[in-house]
Ligand binder design. Structure first.
Ligand SMILES: Cc1cc2nc3c(=O)[nH]c(=O)nc-3n(C[C@H](O)[C@H](O)[C@H](O)COP(=O)(O)OP(=O)(O)OC[C@H]3O[C@@H](n4cnc5c(N)ncnc54)[C@H](O)[C@@H]3O)c2cc1C
Length: 182
């Protein structure tokens, strides 16, 4: 499509995620691109499962984000019949930090973890938007007349936040197109 074929719309809605907003920022002057948080998930394979419960534990001391045993929910998640323990942490921990995380995980499960084999690790840069409090848990998606921005970064860094923000965008667009907006 050539520039002379430009199409005009009454409403343009951008839902590109926090990372993708860097591209949209050029189209929407003044748009603040939210800072992202890197998350690393460590996968350990102990000989015995530290729990058979399908639970996800969070750490109130914030030494890790959460830990769970996926093979307790679905045995097929284990690569070789051993238990599979998944633990997510903020950032990209080095060897000493990884060992400290493993000790903390051992406290939670009440298990000796020093011999747990690290079978895989995945680091996702910008996995979640930074939410340095205090922040409102729900923000308008109206950015400028006829321009809307939605995503987890406009609510809470989660699938639930993304869905809530998308629903908010739909409501606000409909209100504005009907002439009932602010
Ligand atoms: C590994 C991982 C595990 C997670 N686990 C959980 C969990 O268990 N529970 C939970 O609640 N949340 C979890 N989250 C967070 C959750 O996935 C996000 O909060 C949610 O997906 C954000 O939705 P969104 O629509 O705002 O952005 P996204 O899901 O990031 O969607 C943005 C979309 O825009 C597209 N895009 C980007 N740039 C452009 C561009 N320039 N042009 C066109 N399209 C573009 C992307 O390809 C993507 O499809 C997890 C995230 C990660 C990374």
């Amino acid at each position: 499509m050539g520039s002379s074929d430009a199409v005009r719309y009454d409403a343009v809605i951008i839902g590109a995620g926090a990372a993708g907003l860097a591209c949209a920022a050029g189209l929407l002057p003044g748009l603040r691109v939210p800072e992202g948080r890197t998350v690393t998930t460590l996968y350990h394979a102990p000989a015995e499962p530290p729990t058979t419960e399908p639970l996800l534990f969070v750490d109130s001391r914030r030494r890790f984000l959460n830990t769970c045993v996926p093979s307790a929910v679905q045995p097929g998640f284990s690569p070789d019949g051993r238990a599979l323990v998944s633990t997510s942490v903020l950032g990209s921990p080095g060897p000493a930090e990884t060992a400290a995380v493993l000790r903390a995980v051992g406290e939670v499960y009440g298990a000796e973890t020093s011999h747990w084999e690290l079978v895989h690790r995945v680091t996702v840069p910008g996995a979640l938007p930074a939410m340095d409090g205090p922040v409102p848990l729900s923000r308008t998606t109206r950015f400028a007349p006829g321009r809307y921005v939605w995503g987890d970064h406009r609510a809470t860094g989660s699938l639930q936040g993304a869905l809530a923000s998308g629903a908010c965008a739909a409501r606000e667009v409909l209100e504005d197109l009907a002439g009932h907006g602010p």
